[in-house]
Ligand binder design. Structure first.
Ligand code: GLY
Length: 388
C-alpha cells in the first residue's frame, strides 16, 4: 500500500500536468507517426515509414500507442485515444514482416492493442493481441523451457540467445492464458521465468543481459555482455527489465519467488544508483569516460520499484518507494524537457554500449524512456489499470 506525503503528491500532480501540457501538442503533431527518437530539429522520427531496422517491425513500436493510452486514461482527452488507435492500425503492417518479428511482440502489442482491448473492449484489438501471443507461444522450447528471444540470423553459433528483456514480454502470455482459457500459455510463461531466474540472476543480485542456451539440450552455455559494457558487467536497462519483469510475474502468478527475485535485483540496483546520486549510467560497471547515461533504465526501474512497494510489508515499502521517487526526481531535474521545443520528453537515453560506434544511440531521446517515465507518474497518481 503506497502512501505519499502531501509534498510528494503535489510534485506528482505537477509532473503529470507538465507531461499532459506538452503531449497534447506533440500527440497532435505526430498523430500519423510511430516515433522512436528525434532528429536534429527535435522532431520525432517515424518507424511507420522508416527503413529497416527502424521500420514498422522495430521492437519499440508499441510504446507510442501505450504512452498515448496512459495519457488517455489519466485525462480522457480524445487526441490521445485517436493517436493510439492510429498507431495500432499502422502496426498491422508489422504482421506482414513476419521474418523480422521475434519475442518483442510482447512490447509491440501488449501495451498497444492489448491495452486498447482491456480499456475499450475493441474486438480487432483483442485479435491483434492474441495473434501476437500465439506467435510468442510458438517460440517456446520445451526441452530448455524458455521462449526463444531472437531469430536464426542472431543465433549464428547454433545457440539461442536468451535475453533478460524477455521478462517484459511474457505478461502477454499470462493475459492470453485467461483470454484463451488455456493454461498452457501461463505454464510457458512460468517455465520461462524459472529458466531466466536460474540462468540470468547472479549471486550478487545483478543480471546478465544474454545467456547462450543450447536449444537441443536446454543447457545454459555462457553469458554475453550484450548491450552492456562487457561480459559480467551490469547493463542498467537489463537490471530494470529484471526488476519490473519479475515483479510482473509475481503479480500474474502470486509466486513469492518472483517477488524475492525482483527485490534482490532491486536491492543491487538501489545500492548502485544511490552512490551515483540516482543518476543512472548505461552500465553500473562502465568506465567513468565517456559519460553515458540511461534514463530509460531509471524510469523502467522506478516502475518496477513502485509495483514492489505496492505489495511489500509496511516496513519495507519505504525502501522501494523512496528509491523510485529519487530516480524520478533525478530525471525531472536533469533530463526531462516539458517544453514543446522538442518532441521528446526525456534526454540521456542510450541504446547500448557499442564501442567505436560514436555518439549514435547514446545520451539521446528514445521513446520507451518517455513511456516508462510517464507510466511511473501514472502509477503514483493512482491510475489503473496496470498496462502489462
Ligand atoms: N530490448 C532491447 C533493449 O532494451 O534495448
Amino acid at each position: 500500500m503506497i502512501n505519499l506525503t502531501g509534498n510528494e503528491k503535489q510534485w506528482i500532480d505537477e509532473i503529470w500536468n507538465k507531461i499532459d501540457g506538452k503531449m497534447k501538442v506533440v500527440a497532435k503533431k505526430n498523430m500519423n507517426k510511430i516515433p522512436y527518437t528525434v532528429d536534429e530539429n527535435g522532431d520525432f522520427t517515424d518507424c511507420a515509414t522508416g527503413e529497416w531496422p527502424y521500420d514498422i517491425s522495430w521492437w519499440t513500436n508499441g510504446f507510442w500507442p501505450g504512452y498515448m493510452w496512459l495519457l488517455y486514461v489519466g485525462t480522457k482527452d480524445e487526441v490521445y485515444r485517436q493517436t493510439a488507435e492510429t498507431a495500432e492500425k499502422l502496426l498491422d503492417n508489422a504482421f506482414a514482416e513476419y521474418g523480422h518479428l521475434h519475442h518483442d511482440v510482447g512490447f509491440m502489442w501488449h501495451i498497444s492493442a492489448g491495452v486498447n482491448y482491456r480499456l475499450t473492449g475493441s474486438k480487432p484489438s483483442r485479435l491483434r493481441a492474441l495473434y501476437a501471443a500465439d506467435f510468442l507461444a510458438a517460440r517456446y522450447n520445451p526441452v530448455g523451457q524458455y521462449i526463444r528471444s531472437w531469430n536464426a540470423d542472431a543465433d549464428t553459433d547454433g545457440y539461442n540467445k536468451l535475453i533478460i528483456d524477455s521478462m517484459m514480454n511474457i505478461p502477454l502470455l499470462y493475459w492470453a492464458a485467461k483470454e484463451h482459457d488455456d493454461e498452457r500459455f501461463k505454464q510457458m510463461a512460468i517455465n520461462h521465468a524459472n529458466t531466466v531466474m536460474r540462468t540470468h540472476i547472479r549471486p550478487d543480485g545483478t543480471a546478465h543481459h544474454i545467456v547462450e542456451i543450447n536449444p537441443k539440450t536446454g543447457e545454459a552455455m555462457f553469458p554475453l555482455g550484450g548491450q552492456g559494457y562487457e561480459v559480467g558487467s551490469t547493463w542498467t536497462r537489463g537490471q530494470a527489465w529484471a526488476i519490473y519483469g519479475f515483479a510482473l510475474s509475481y503479480i500474474h502468478t502470486g509466486d513469492e519467488k518472483y517477488l524475492a527475485t525482483a527485490k534482490k535485483v532491486a536491492n543491487a540496483f538501489i545500492a548502485c544508483a544511490a552512490v551515483r546520486d540516482w543518476i543512472v549510467p548505461l552500465d553500473f560497471r562502465q568506465p567513468p569516460e565517456p559519460e553515458i547515461y540511461d534514463t530509460t533504465a531509471a524510469a523502467c526501474a522506478a516502475c518496477g520499484l513502485i509495483e514492489i512497494a505496492k505489495v511489500c510489508s509496511k516496513y519495507d515499502v519505504k525502501n522501494y518507494l523512496d528509491a523510485a521517487l529519487r530516480l524520478l526526481k533525478a530525471i525531472d531535474e536533469k533530463a526531462a524537457d516539458y517544453t514543446t521545443d522538442n518532441d521528446n520528453l526525456l534526454n540521456y537515453c542510450s541504446e547500448a554500449y557499442y564501442p567505436g560506434r560514436g555518439e549514435a544511440g547514446l545520451n539521446t531521446a528514445i521513446i520507451y524512456g518517455d513511456y516508462y517515465y510517464t507510466e511511473a507518474i501514472y502509477k503514483l497518481k493512482g491510475f489503473e489499470p496496470l498496462f502489462w
